[in-house]
Design a protein around this ligand. Structure first.
Ligand SMILES: Cc1cc2nc3c(=O)[nH]c(=O)nc-3n(C[C@H](O)[C@H](O)[C@H](O)COP(=O)(O)OP(=O)(O)OC[C@H]3O[C@@H](n4cnc5c(N)ncnc54)[C@H](O)[C@@H]3O)c2cc1C
Length: 330
């Protein structure tokens, strides 16, 4: 296994639980050393893997802002999100995988590991070296995300705040999330644009009073939003998680799919090594197509949605319904 992120650890844990001898190589020196994600879990991820309460903070409402900072609140009945202590979450998952019997070699890159194994799973993220090495498909369409963690304030509330701001976040949104022991502020941009988080922080400072707070951590990374890749397996090699493009092209969320398909890969490989079918086709047949999410992404990229929000769309029931469908995965 290559990569001790959500996909690799979920796969390692499941394969070890099923009795395989599992080695994970991870180039970082400890779990969650360089976090590149906001780390919000959707409810479905939480249901797959209930993690300890001290690592999460439940958030029920999403407030969406137009470029002119008008806003509307969205609620999804019994839906919720979990902000997370993401480093703690990855450490917990690494502990669970090790507890199941997987050996995790931190500070070891795939290129230097010189592995011999009966089956290799590449869970090494958006720019997968395993994909490159074995001539498999590689992600080509990305958002670039950047986030700063600020000291928390008791007034941060329990909403996720999403900003439609084409000047700062063309192709995506900016956000403020009251996280676990931190307030997370970030944005993502399409293509080769460089995110200007400092300018976005100034724009929303009046709402949250963040510019005077200490920055605790800075994170960033690429989010593959081109949808699931075509050729993600070959003889005894399979890609999963971001390496396989398993990220929603619309919301850019990938933790749930990384965990879910990592686990499925672990099961399929265990089955194969006991004489079952080839795991590649079996896992790929379950991959999501993200059909309507791709259509919504097209609309977001090509229609003047942001301008329409300030032109009155934000207050319309049709917008609220569509936005709730996106956020609450209806
Ligand atoms: C700014 C930002 C915010 C995001 N926010 C959210 C969010 O709130 N909710 C959500 O669901 N999704 C979010 N995502 C997407 C989500 O983070 C990813 O989809 C998810 O982390 C994918 O998990 P993974 O295990 O496939 O890959 P990764 O988390 O990228 O893990 C890959 C691992 O492989 C290791 N690795 C890479 N190359 C090698 C190598 N050659 N040798 C050894 N090890 C290697 C890396 O060090 C890493 O630990 C966000 C992404 C970004 C960039």
């Amino acid at each position: 296994m290559v990569g001790a992120g959500f996909a690799g650890l979920a796969c390692a844990k499941r394969a070890a639980e099923l009795g395989l001898s599992v080695v994970v190589v991870e180039r970082q020196s400890k779990p969650g050393q360089h976090i590149h994600t906001t780390g919000i879990l959707v409810r479905e991820a939480w249901e797959l893997w209930p993690v300890p309460d001290h690592l999460v903070r439940r958030l029920r409402t999403v407030r969406v802002y137009s470029p002119g900072l008008r806003s509307v609140d969205l609620r999804g009945d019994d839906y919720f999100f979990m902000a997370t202590d993401t480093a703690g979450l990855l450490a917990q998952l690494a502990e669970e995988a090790a507890g199941a019997g997987a050996e995790i070699r931190f500070g070891t890159s795939f290129e230097a590991a010189g592995l011999t194994c009966r089956y290799l799973v590449g869970a090494d993220g958006a720019r997968s070296g395993v994909a490159e090495h074995f001539g498999l498909s590689r992600n080509r369409h990305f958002l670039a995300g950047v986030e700063w963690e600020f000291e928390p304030s008791p007034d941060d509330g329990d909403r996720i705040h999403c900003f439609v701001t084409p000047d700062h976040a063309p192709g995506y949104i900016g956000w403020f999330v009251p996280g676990v022991e931190a307030a997370q502020v970030g944005l993502a941009v399409r293509g080769n644009r460089k995110p200007n988080l400092r300018s976005f922080v100034s724009q929303v400072d009046g709402l949250f009073g963040i510019s005077d707070r200490r920055v605790l951590e800075r994170r960033g990374g690429l989010i593959p939003v081109g949808g699931p890749l075509r050729n993600v397996f070959t003889d005894r090699v399979l890609l999963t998680g971001d390496a396989a493009g398993l990220v929603s092209p619309l919301t850019a969320g990938g933790i749930h799919t990384a965990y879910r398909f990592g686990k499925l890969a672990g099961e399929a490989v265990a089955d194969y090594l006991r004489g079952g079918p080839d795991p590649g086709p079996r896992v790929v047949s379950c991959h999501p197509s993200f059909g309507w999410k791709r259509a919504m992404r097209w609309a977001w990229d090509h229609l003047p949605v942001a301008q329409a929000l300030d032109g009155g769309l934000l207050g319309r029931a049709v917008f609220k319904r569509a936005a709730e469908a996106v956020f609450f995965d209806r």
